[in-house]
Design a protein around this ligand. Structure first.
Ligand SMILES: Cc1cc2nc3c(=O)[nH]c(=O)nc-3n(C[C@H](O)[C@H](O)[C@H](O)COP(=O)(O)OP(=O)(O)OC[C@H]3O[C@@H](n4cnc5c(N)ncnc54)[C@H](O)[C@@H]3O)c2cc1C
Length: 319
């Protein structure tokens, strides 16, 4: 039976949805599931991790692991991978995951793949699917090592209910601090806005919004929907939106339940960041805009007219 070790995605003591998605996939593959949780004051998450579908919880809980640090985090994952004898070690899509995965792979002598969208293990042969050439093609890759370390693309695997595992906690030895790189402080976005990576709905604004007044108009819609507020690169380059809001090849990759593209043409580099969204709604005044090729719902119209109508309709529905 395949053995999968999932790295729990924990932010400020809260378990993120990607952990459930990865464990659901592992269980759907019929694999034995284990999870590794690293941080400070996180032991209480063991029950939640079992509920999310893991049968063993490797826990490294120490004040020294409060701040993310790639070296010690990688040591914990390697320890858990060796103890669990995992065939596959999966990270959810995060900056931390991308930093730790190659370190783990190097220490285990395993293959490392980022942004995978699917994986199979048949008779000891691992195969993965991942995008290439800015999402223009999907490549199927045979893995020539016994073990695979992978970072899974946001939204690639579906969370399913009813996968409860069992609580079996194994405490990991706490690794020495990394003396090569010492993280002093992590400064997070203090605006309190919804993180794009966690948002169930993302509303993004493009050059069609023209200026700050247009951006503000679209942002009102995002606020109404309690959605993450994203941007095309054009609006970042124009100085209207912060870079951490950019969706796309050189920005964030999102896969929300609903992605609303407001005045965005649909350049391939933008699509690379959002075409995994479950439902895409586009508003564009050009019926030939390429965004309509990926949109499930399209409104051909001026966003300055359409956004107020959408807001009004939302208000009616809420009433
Ligand atoms: C190496 C590289 C990396 C890149 N990475 C990214 C990336 O990560 N993310 C990204 O987004 N881009 C990226 N780009 C840029 C990308 O190629 C496009 O230039 C960019 O996405 C265009 O942004 P836009 O759709 O907002 O603007 P435009 O392409 O100018 O489109 C604006 C759209 O708004 C419509 N419109 C105009 N007025 C209205 C109105 N009143 N109402 C409704 N619709 C209206 C127009 O019909 C048009 O379709 C990258 C480019 C390169 C070369």
């Amino acid at each position: 039976m395949a053995k999968v070790l999932v790295i729990a995605d924990i932010k400020q003591g809260v378990l993120k949805g990607s952990t459930l998605e990865l464990l659901s996939k592992a269980r759907a593959m019929g694999a034995e599931t284990a999870v590794v949780a690293i941080g400070n004051n996180i032991s209480s998450l063991a029950a939640d991790l079992a509920k999310a579908g893991s049968d063993t919880q490797y826990i490294a809980d120490d004040a020294g692991l409060d701040l993310f640090s790639a070296g010690p985090y990688a040591s914990c994952v390697v320890d858990a991978a060796k103890q669990s004898n995992a065939d596959m070690i999966w990270f959810g899509f995060s900056e931390g995951g991308k930093a730790v995965a190659p370190r783990v792979a190097a220490q285990l002598g395993a293959a490392c793949a980022t942004e995978i969208t699917d994986v199979t293990l048949t008779g000891g042969q691992i195969e993965i699917v991942r995008p290439a050439i800015a999402n223009k093609v999907m490549q199927r890759v045979k893995v020539n090592t016994k073990q695979l370390v992978a970072v899974v693309r946001a939204g690639a695997f579906q969370a399913t209910e009813g996968n409860t595992g069992k609580e079996n906690v194994v405490k990991l030895a706490i690794p020495a601090a990394d003396l090569k790189a010492v993280i002093k402080e992590i400064v997070s976005d203090a605006t309190g806005e919804i993180d794009l990576a966690d948002a169930d709905i993302v509303v993004s604004v493009g050059r069609g919004a023209k200026d700050q007044a247009g951006v503000n108009l679209v942002k009102e819609l995002a606020n109404d929907l309690k959605a993450g507020f994203g941007s095309s690169r054009a609006m970042v380059d124009g100085g209207f939106m912060a870079h951490n809001k950019q969706v796309g090849q050189t920005g964030k990759i999102v896969a929300p339940t609903l992605y609303m593209a407001m005045g965005i043409s649909g350049a391939i580099q933008h699509l690379a960041g959002m075409n995994g969204s479950k439902v895409i709604l586009a508003v564009n005044k050009d019926p030939e805009a390429p965004i309509f090729n990926v949109a499930d719902y399209g409104i051909v119209g001026d966003l300055f007219e359409v956004v107020p109508i959408l807001r009004e309709e939302l208000k009616k529905i809420r009433k």
